[in-house]
Design a protein around this ligand. Structure first.
Ligand code: ACM
Length: 262
């Protein structure tokens, strides 16, 4: 199975231009599952609730999900992508999973970071896992990495691959995801963005790039540089994530002692 990411810097607020960029860059790519960044279509640093409302979209039905569906059908691939979702009078920092046959699922970010708390409601979906045929795919978004429960929950629900759209500004996540993968024996595809934003008199946010694919043994298969647009695709066997036996005596998930964890 070919999995990958497209790390790039969107132009804030120019959804049409960013969707064109993504479509052009993916036009010749062979990949089964490709991850895009968090809020990939709009940019990240929102400055007002009105702006957030104006940039958010219905899922499905909004132009971004529709374009991703078209792309997935044309390229015969699955895509995971972060976007601002409008649902009634709430906004969510969401990620969609789309495939050649249509919309497969939506995840609403559970752990909101920093000023996201001003604009978005905390997600209400829990951490979903979807079977796309060659693999079971789990979704989490950026700061969810800071809570090991996110990746653990996805592993307990049977995820082989954790897809992780991100807009990372802190330095620790790329190395932390190695641990998340070892302690859950899963693959992870973290797709971060590059560049910086400094909007509306707010402090500058510099995004750290370093998108990566990590294996259940903690090997980093492809880590991008911090500041370069990067389209990376690697071959994996997702079934490697199903063997949770560390040795004849230790089965990772079966060996948990949840009665002592609360
Ligand atoms: C983040 O959750 N965007 C750091």
């Amino acid at each position: 199975m070919k999995v990958g990411y497209f790390q790039f810097a969107p132009v804030f607020g120019d959804i049409k231009r960013t969707l064109d960029t993504v479509a052009n860059r993916l036009a010749r790519v062979e990949c089964d599952l490709l991850v895009l960044p968090e809020l990939f279509n709009t940019g990240y640093q929102l400055v007002s609730l009105d702006e957030a409302k104006a940039l958010a979209e219905d899922v499905p039905g909004g132009p971004t999900t529709e374009r991703l569906l078209k792309l997935a059908a044309e390229r015969r691939m699955h895509l995971v992508a972060g976007l601002a979702e409008r649902a009634g009078n709430r906004l969510y920092n969401s990620a969609v999973l789309v495939g050649p046959a249509g919309l497969i699922g939506v995840y609403r970010k559970t752990h909101l970071f920093f000023e996201e708390n001003l604009f978005f409601s905390p997600g209400d979906t829990g951490f979903p896992v979807f079977d796309i045929g060659p693999a079971r795919v789990g979704l989490m978004v950026c700061f969810d990495w800071f809570y090991p429960e996110s990746a653990r929950t996805l592993a307990l629900k049977g995820a082989d691959i954790i897809t992780h759209p991100s807009n990372l500004v802190l330095p620790h996540c790329p190395d932390a995801m190695v641990t998340r993968c070892i302690e859950n024996r899963v693959f992870a595809v973290t797709c971060n963005r590059t560049g910086w934003e400094e909007r509306g008199g707010k402090e500058r946010l510099t995004y750290i790039g370093n998108s990566e694919v990590v294996t259940p043994k903690g090997e980093v298969l492809k880590r991008a540089k911090s500041d370069q647009e990067t389209l990376a695709v690697v071959e994996i066997d997702p079934l490697d994530a199903r063997n949770k036996k560390i040795n004849p005596y230790n089965d990772l998930l079966a060996g948990r002692r949840p009665e002592f964890y609360s």
